[in-house]
Write a new protein. Structure first.
Length: 259
């Protein structure tokens, strides 16, 4: 746990430094994603729910000469899911902030390929409300903090006078902490009675999580590209004998501005 906290401090100290960094190049991407999600939370129900997921994503990549590049991702999401018999529904939302430090590994001048790899921290908060559970555990809150690895590869294809960047990104949390009620513990017991019982749980890569994105950009202006791609986000955990997962596959569309 001490090592985890030290790494978190280093990452967020780098985040604070990045706010004042003299960048040579900045890429800002704003995108909207829509797709299918499969949600399970046995605190609310033993059934898996499926439905539609909507996300708004803001991403900034700060490219610095001969140094580590910084990536900031803000994401807000909302999903509406139902069970197999379509007689119960869940509405859920989240906010996700990720900060990554990545080193450019490709050294060849004027190469069409750029590879970055490094570290990431992820702060996640959200909720789920099961409309079928009127009195018995109708809602669940989520909060987690994790660190792990991040990588990004970009290949630029030249077609006529146009350059089309093709990018693949991946983030893999490796260790972290999360909030969770204990099995059978109500939020009334937790907050009104102060009955705390292992509500901060350690997470690890033993129960893997994975997020990746593939995108293609097409220039529509001097410094503006339209971005189209695929986003896969697979979160799962098993805190206090409660199973949780959210598997999402989405298409995304947005714009990238470079300066």
């Amino acid at each position: 746990m001490r090592t985890f906290l030290i790494i978190i401090v280093i990452l967020f100290a780098s985040y604070a430094q990045a706010q004042e960094a003299n960048d040579v190049f900045i890429e800002r991407t704003t995108a909207f994603a829509i797709g299918n999600t499969q949600r399970l939370d046995t605190y609310l129900s033993n059934e898996e729910y499926g439905g539609t997921d909507y996300r708004f994503i803001s991403n900034v990549l700060r490219i610095r000469p001969n140094k580590w590049d910084y990536q900031f991702t803000h994401e807000g999401g909302l999903d509406y899911t139902h069970n197999r018999t379509d007689n119960a529904n869940t509405i859920a939302g989240h906010y996700d902030f990720a900060f990554a430090m990545m080193k450019r590994l490709s050294k060849v001048e004027n190469s069409p390929f750029t590879l970055r790899a490094g570290f990431m921290s992820d702060l996640y908060a959200g909720f789920a409300y099961n409309m079928h559970n009127s009195a018995n555990n109708p809602a669940q809150g989520y909060a987690s903090l994790s660190i792990g690895g991040a990588a990004m590869g970009t290949y630029r294809i030249r077609i006529g006078e146009k350059t089309l960047p093709i990018t693949y990104e991946v983030r893999i949390p490796m260790i972290g902490i999360m909030f969770s009620p204990a099995y059978g513990q109500s939020y009334y017991e937790l907050f009104n009675k102060g009955s705390y019982n292992s509500n901060i749980v350690v997470t690890s890569i033993a129960i893997p999580q994975f997020r990746h994105q593939f995108s293609v950009e097409y220039p529509i202006g001097k410094n503006t590209n339209i971005r189209i791609g695929y986003l896969g986000d697979y979160r799962q955990s098993k805190p206090n004998n409660l199973k949780q997962h959210t598997y999402t596959n989405s298409i995304l569309i947005g714009f990238t501005l470079r300066k």
